[in-house]
Design a protein around this ligand. Structure first.
Ligand SMILES: [Zn+2]
Length: 500
């Protein structure tokens, strides 16, 4: 090969080098695969079979793995040693002129009650390959614990996702506050890839693993929106358009199933997929049973997996649609919580069965550009404000009982409950009349932009429908949203938590 060294815009003279490998070159893996095309170890009775085809090896360029079955109670490595010896002596030594590195190789027994007394060896028994409890192959972490074989996988990728989250928010040192639309893009570019890595193959049926991922996702959304850890989860998704990780995983798994089913019948993924369905029908644990469990555990609206549907593209598409509807209904129902009256779905342009309408980046997160004003609005919407209706929900009477909603009275003494609507449109506020004055200025601006009808809606007495619908009109309006943001910011300052 001929090389040149580049420094800036200058190139050295060309020189020849016959040493080293083309590490890092994108064609290297393909060249290596071509070089080892005839690497086919003999079959074993302990091979894993996919539709009667022996899977003697998995190879990702020079990263090779042998998988063999053995007795869990009395494990033996003799078949593995036979395969390793053949690979080293017959293939690497005589045909390919390669070496197996004992230092870079590991042996892992998954689900074995004990380790065998002997070790795997290479170089005529002179080099020992160590036993390990965990190993990583193509980014997937495996554990020897059959009860939880992928716990290390989730732990490792959750840690990477957390690091990515902190990296994103560390930029606030320079940019002060990340705009929400930018933050959503950064989530999908830098955090989401870690949270979905391998999820289509390694289905998350372990609640502990799922919660690790959810915690990272929720932390990201709350930090981006400026919310405290106890704010309701449904609102986070509905405001940012980021889908819940459980639904996202199941959808990607179904997308993978759709990919596998359209492959030719001799394609390994198609074989593995059909094998998983056959195992499911024989009531054996498989990828399909894990998927069934994941779908059954979707919150509020589980989806039943009909295995018949998994055997056609149309069937899989219909399951995907069911999962999307389950997601929309779950978030819709979450918004009906008493804690978030301003986000009650009856006031929002969303449909209970429409995934696209529920998961939308809300317009006011773009139009209210001043971070403090935007955060005030988000807190008001998401039950993370300083008003008594929320703050006294977290406290108890001296006898330990809940403080009833009717007893969470306004600190300025003019209402039984200090609610969002009361503070915004009805409260008299402190004695100096500052709140009334602010409101009057705000209403004048509303009148100028939108007319008298909207002002009347805000001041409607009786139920809160009119004022809340007016709030959503403000949030959707390009000019009124920033004005409303400033007004909410000013109002909430008059209801400090220290005065509770
Ligand atoms: Zn009041």
């Amino acid at each position: 090969m001929s090389y040149r060294v580049r420094v800036g815009d200058d190139y050295s003279e060309a020189f020849e080098s016959a040493w080293g490998i083309m590490a890092g070159d994108s064609i290297s893996p393909a060249l290596f695969i071509g070089f080892t095309y005839d690497f086919n170890p003999p079959f074993s009775m302990d091979d894993i079979l996919l539709q009667d085809i022996h899977i003697v090896k998995l190879a990702f360029a020079d990263d090779v793995i042998f998988l063999l079955l053995t007795d869990a109670m009395n494990p033996s490595i003799s078949e593995m040693q036979t395969r390793l010896t053949w690979s080293e002596a017959e293939y690497c030594g005589r045909r390919a002129f390669l070496e197996i590195s004992a230092l870079k190789s590991v042996c892992c027994l998954i689900g074995a009650a004990k380790l065998p007394e002997e070790n795997l060896t290479v170089s005529n028994g002179s080099q020992i390959i160590d036993y390990v409890d965990e190993f990583r192959y193509t980014g997937i972490h495996f554990s020897s614990n059959i009860q939880d074989p992928f716990l290390p996988h989730y732990t490792a990728w959750a840690a990477k996702a957390r690091t990515a989250v902190h990296t994103v928010f560390s930029t606030e040192t320079f940019v002060r506050s990340i705009p929400v639309p930018t933050g959503v893009k950064l989530y999908f570019a830098l955090v989401d890839p870690y949270l979905i890595y391998g999820c289509d193959v390694v289905i998350d049926v372990n609640e502990k693993c799922l919660r690790m991922y959810e915690a990272t996702q929720h932390y990201y959304m709350r930090r981006l929106l400026g919310l405290q850890p106890r704010s309701p989860v449904g609102a986070l998704h509905v405001l940012t358009s980021i889908p819940p990780i459980r639904h996202r995983h199941v959808e990607l798994e179904l997308r993978y199933a759709r990919y596998a089913i359209v492959q030719p019948e001799n394609h390994y993924e198609n074989r593995a997929y059909r094998d998983a369905i056959a195992m499911y029908r024989r009531k054996q644990r498989s990828w399909i049973t894990d998927l069934e469990k994941a779908m059954r555990k979707l919150p509020r609206h589980p989806v039943r997996l009909d295995v018949g549907l998994m055997e056609s593209e149309e069937g899989i598409d219909s399951l995907r649609e069911q999962v999307r509807i389950s997601c929309a209904r779950y978030l819709y129902d979450e918004l009906e919580s008493n804690r978030t009256p301003l986000l009650n779905p009856k006031y929002l342009p969303i449909s209970r069965d429409s995934y696209q309408s529920v998961l939308v980046l809300r317009k006011f997160l773009r139009t209210i550009r001043i971070p403090a004003h935007r955060v005030s609005v988000v807190r008001l919407l998401c039950a993370d404000h300083t008003l008594a209706v929320e703050q006294l929900r977290r406290r108890r009477n001296p006898d330990g009982s809940r403080i009833e909603v009717e007893c969470r009275s306004c600190r300025y003494g003019d209402a039984n409950t200090e609610t969002e609507v009361h503070a915004l449109f009805r409260c008299e506020g402190p004695g100096d009349g500052i709140l009334v004055k602010k409101r009057s200025t705000f209403m004048d601006q509303v009148f100028e932009v939108a007319g008298r009808r909207l002002v009347e809606r805000c001041t409607e007495n009786g139920n809160d429908d009119g004022p809340i619908m007016a709030v959503h009109f403000f949030l959707e309006h390009d000019d009124l949203a920033p004005i409303f943001g400033k007004y909410v910011y000013d109002v909430l300052k008059m209801f400090p938590i220290s005065a509770m």
